[in-house]
Design a protein around this ligand. Sequence first.
Ligand code: SF4
Length: 326
Amino acid sequence: MQCDKCGADAVMHAAYSGLHLCEDHFCASVEKRVRRRIRDDNLLPDDAIPDSPETWVIGLSGGKDSVVLTDILHETFAKDPRVELVALSIHEGIEGYRDESLEACEELTADLDLRHEVVTYEDEFDIRMDEVVETDPKNMSACAYCGVFRRDILSRYAAELEADKLLTGHNLDDEAETALMNFLEGDVSQIAKQFDASLGPFEGGRGGRTRGDSGDFIPRAKPLRDVPEKEVALYAHLRELPAHITECPHAEEAFRGEIQELLYDLEDRHPGTRHSIMAGYEELAALAAAKYRDEETTFDECEQCGGPTTGDLCRKCGLLEALEAA
Ligand code: SF4
């Protein structure tokens, strides 16, 4: 097969667009989609001033998605005085998994000469995920605990690092899966939150915001969300980026796994399904957001940590208390 742009040997065929692309044109097309998403989501406002750069904190796990995102952002903004990039990695305490992916993070940030902060569950909460799954006082999945602790760290450290934006490496497949899960669960308020930044602390489908430690909101962004997972993996491979591929031994989001299989199958038989899901989902989310716009949640302070909560204890402190009592 030959590249449709230049006639060189093609390295990929995108069934959803019909294009065959060579290595150079494929990599350029991934970078172009990321930059277009940054522009379309207005991540860098026209009035950003070079003397006072925005701080963009990137959640860097060492997996292919966050590694590719970090590399492209660095390539795009390393010489731009309006943006300062900081990589933030979280060590959950998972034997035989996170140590290796952190090595990938360290290699990448050293190569790029990028500031890199590492935070551990052990230092922050005096727990390790390996122990949490053994104890499991709430009879929940490992990812349910882990997600709460990770969100807490991301929020607090984004505020501590004075982040203007918090960027994560979710790709098109991740986003289409989440959209379908929310739809199948009938969770309209969750769909609304993913679109509308004014509703409260959440992880956004179109960007969204997260609540910082001081109660202010920090906009979130997912600049890779137009790029399918396989293309992210191919980009990491072709660019020889130090991505860590092994899956977490505690990964057990069964419903997401089923949705993933369903989407693979649909995309195979009907190329472009993921793109059309996301296009429809954003329209639906805008309508849902309008419905909930006036129902803004008010937050109290958690009795333990002072973080935002609608009860006496925030979710993180409730889980930590249960783990300590177990
Ligand atoms: Fe945590 Fe689950 Fe991710 Fe493992 S797969 S790091 S347990 S959220």
